[in-house]
Design a protein around this ligand. Structure first.
Ligand SMILES: *[C@@H]1O[C@H](CO)[C@@H](O)[C@H](O)[C@H]1NC(C)=O
Ligand SMILES: *[C@@H]1O[C@H](CO)[C@@H](O)[C@H](O)[C@H]1NC(C)=O
Ligand SMILES: *[C@@H]1O[C@H](CO)[C@@H](O)[C@H](O)[C@H]1NC(C)=O
Ligand SMILES: *[C@@H]1O[C@H](CO)[C@@H](O)[C@H](O)[C@H]1NC(C)=O
Length: 387
């Protein structure tokens, strides 16, 4: 009896170890397997528009003539780097989601695709978004789907660890698109272009997209209601709306985060664009932007670059009052800035900490929430000032 038990135990332990070993192997080499399989698949079929998504690209060579540009030597190192690699638009894909939209043919069933830029280390933000506004679900019968966009950060072991984290999340949630490029300020626009390339292949018929950051509060139920009530509610017409920014141009001070020297952009003005914290666009407009991007040189600032592609197509972005990428204006300091009544009607507010976001999402959906015309003030009569 005892020996049987001992044997059973040993057997169970061995199976357990084997499973552990396989899992470890899977996690360690997940990325490499993906790249290899697809690269082989590509070899068997002649490349063409119908060929499978290309996972591995030859390393993009720097442009040695970039240094001929006048004043190159006096530019900050990262701008020099940008100019050398500005033409690079293809990077190997580390994590893909071929069936996110049910395949290209069925992608029309996706009404709102949430496209969220997220740096590999932002695990806590992704976790809370999955449980709140970015939860994949049907709202009024219309499908909401989610993808996070990531590049790579750090180097050496830290880079490997962060890539493993994303691979683990991918296995559990299936919501990450990752490419092998360094996430830096001057590389932000790459995420947008690489995503649009993916969309055109994997999810071309999605009706609408929310393109935004992982630190915003987005009322995705309201977004679906707004989009469903539009005259062109099948996503086949032009729509690009958010916090509209007009009559601005490049910042020429080299100590600004947003420094754009004349060597990067000569013109002193930007076309109208929507703040990158979050904007809504139709599937049609997303594909037009992708088409235009082929002939618009990359500008590091991703939201401005979207405006440039729109302008190239002769299209304009529009303003939506419900998108507050500069934050909400609360009329008085005695009012609770996190009163759910302020957030119930908006589409998007920048920026939110994960804990606030989690709480707010539940408060605005509370059927017992009462929002009258006058907001409740804090019980501090001595500080109440009528504005
Ligand atoms: C630009 O740089 C390349 C490579 O450094 C060099 O061969 C070429 O002569 C330069 N062209 C001009 C116009 O200065
Ligand atoms: C390389 O840089 C030069 C100078 O800016 C530019 O004229 C040329 O188009 C660039 N080549 C590529 C492949 O981007
Ligand atoms: C952008 O990413 C590529 C690939 O990782 C890298 O070679 C390049 O230096 C990055 N560019 C900037 C401006 O950081
Ligand atoms: C984008 O360009 C392709 C070919 O270049 C064309 O077939 C397609 O209709 C274009 N799509 C849009 C939305 O402009």
């Amino acid at each position: 009896m005892r020996t049987i038990r001992a044997r059973t135990f040993l057997l169970a332990a061995a199976v357990g170890l084997l499973v552990l070993h396989l899992c470890k192997d899977f996690i360690d080499h997940n990325n490499i397997h993906l790249v290899d399989e697809r690269a082989d698949g590509g070899g068997r079929r002649p490349p063409g528009p119908e060929s499978p998504f290309q996972f591995s690209w030859p390393r993009c060579e720097g442009n040695s003539s970039a240094a001929n540009v006048s004043g190159f030597g006096s530019l900050p190192a990262e701008v020099q780097d940008f100019l050398r690699y500005r033409h690079c638009r293809h990077f190997p894909m580390l994590l893909d989601l071929p069936d996110k939209c049910g395949g290209p043919d069925r992608s029309a069933e996706v009404f709102l695709l949430l496209v969220i830029k997220s740096s590999p280390g932002n695990y806590d933000r992704r976790e809370v978004l999955r449980k709140t506004w970015a939860e994949e679900r049907r709202h009024k019968g219309l499908w909401i789907r989610r993808v996070f966009l990531a590049g790579t950060t750090a180097s050496g072991f830290e880079k490997q660890r962060l890539n493993q984290l994303l691979a683990l999340e991918q296995r559990e949630y299936g919501d990450i698109l990752q490419w092998d490029f360094q996430e830096r300020f001057y590389n932000l626009t790459l995420k947008q272009i690489l995503f649009l390339d993916w969309m055109q292949r994997r999810c071309p018929e999605a009706r609408f997209l929310l393109n935004g950051d992982d630190d915003v509060f987005a009322n995705t139920d309201n977004m679906v209601d707004f989009l469903r009530d539009l005259p062109g509610n099948d996503g086949g017409e032009h729509l690009f709306t958010g916090h509209l920014i007009q009559n601005v141009g490049p910042i020429r001070f080299s100590n600004s985060k947003y420094f754009i020297p004349v060597q990067v952009q000569e013109s002193d003005s930007y076309p109208p664009y929507c703040g990158g914290g979050g904007f809504l666009l139709s599937g049609h407009t997303a594909l037009v932007i992708f088409n235009m991007s082929r002939s618009v040189p990359i500008l590091p600032i991703d939201d401005v670059y979207m405006g440039m592609c729109l302008a190239r197509a002769g299209l304009r972005p529009s303003s939506h009052m419900g998108v507050k990428t500069a934050g909400l204006h609360i009329p008085s300091r005695t009012l609770d800035e996190f009163d759910p009544c302020y957030y119930k009607e908006v589409l998007l507010v920048h920026r939110f900490l994960p804990a606030h976001l989690y709480l707010m999402w539940h408060r605005i959906r509370d059927p017992g929430l009462k929002c009258g015309p006058s907001k409740e003030t804090l019980q501090e009569p001595q500080t109440v000032n009528q504005e």
